[in-house]
Design a protein around this ligand. Structure first.
Ligand SMILES: CC(C)(COP(=O)(O)OP(=O)(O)OC[C@H]1O[C@@H](n2cnc3c(N)ncnc32)[C@H](O)[C@@H]1OP(=O)(O)O)[C@@H](O)C(=O)NCCC(=O)NCCS
Length: 137
């Protein structure tokens, strides 16, 4: 089931976020992977979740004023089963007009995932965390 996150979902969303974030970006010090990182990152955004057997298994956060998908994280043990695609496409279908997102270039797997789903590169830049690409659908 895909649905908007409720306030009581956020601890479970933070757990999914941290597990998938650690997998995608494993090189930070251990104390980097704290729930506060999730809570700070979602300010002003709306979260959508994928739920399976009552458990939150993926979370997406979107900033609606710009149709900007800020983050998409799937529980590591459940990746490559179509969950990321279903959550992403369910939210994009609700957007009016184009959607955009930024992805760190080092995260080659995620860039390939988005490109496979038809997202096109429209820009690039450099952040503290390294180079990123801007993708549009
Ligand atoms: C990237 C991520 C969101 C993808 O979600 P997922 O559930 O594993 O991906 P899906 O199973 O839904 O894949 C959907 C499609 O993309 C394709 N795909 C997935 N990874 C791919 C890759 N590296 N290269 C090419 N295609 C890929 C799949 O084959 C599938 O194709 P199909 O629908 O035509 O069969 C997930 O792996 C994840 O949470 N990664 C860690 C966190 C992260 O990097 N998030 C993105 C940065 S914000």
């Amino acid at each position: 089931m895909i649905r908007p996150a409720q306030p009581e979902d956020h601890p479970a969303c933070a757990a999914v976020f941290l597990a998938a974030y650690r997998q995608a970006f494993p090189l930070h010090p251990p104390d980097y992977y704290v729930p506060e990182r999730y809570f700070e990152s979602i300010t002003g955004e709306e979260q959508w979740v994928a739920v399976q057997a009552g458990q939150i298994i993926a979370v997406l956060s979107i900033y609606w004023p710009e149709n900007f998908i800020h983050s998409l994280y799937v529980e590591p043990r459940l990746q490559n089963r179509g969950i990321g695609r279903r959550l992403l496409e369910a939210v994009v279908a609700r957007a009016k007009g184009i959607c955009e997102l930024k992805c760190d270039k080092v995260n080659k797997r995620a860039v390939a995932f988005y490109e496979h789903l038809g997202w096109c590169e429209v820009g690039e830049g450099e952040a503290e965390t390294g180079p990123w690409v801007r993708l549009r659908k």
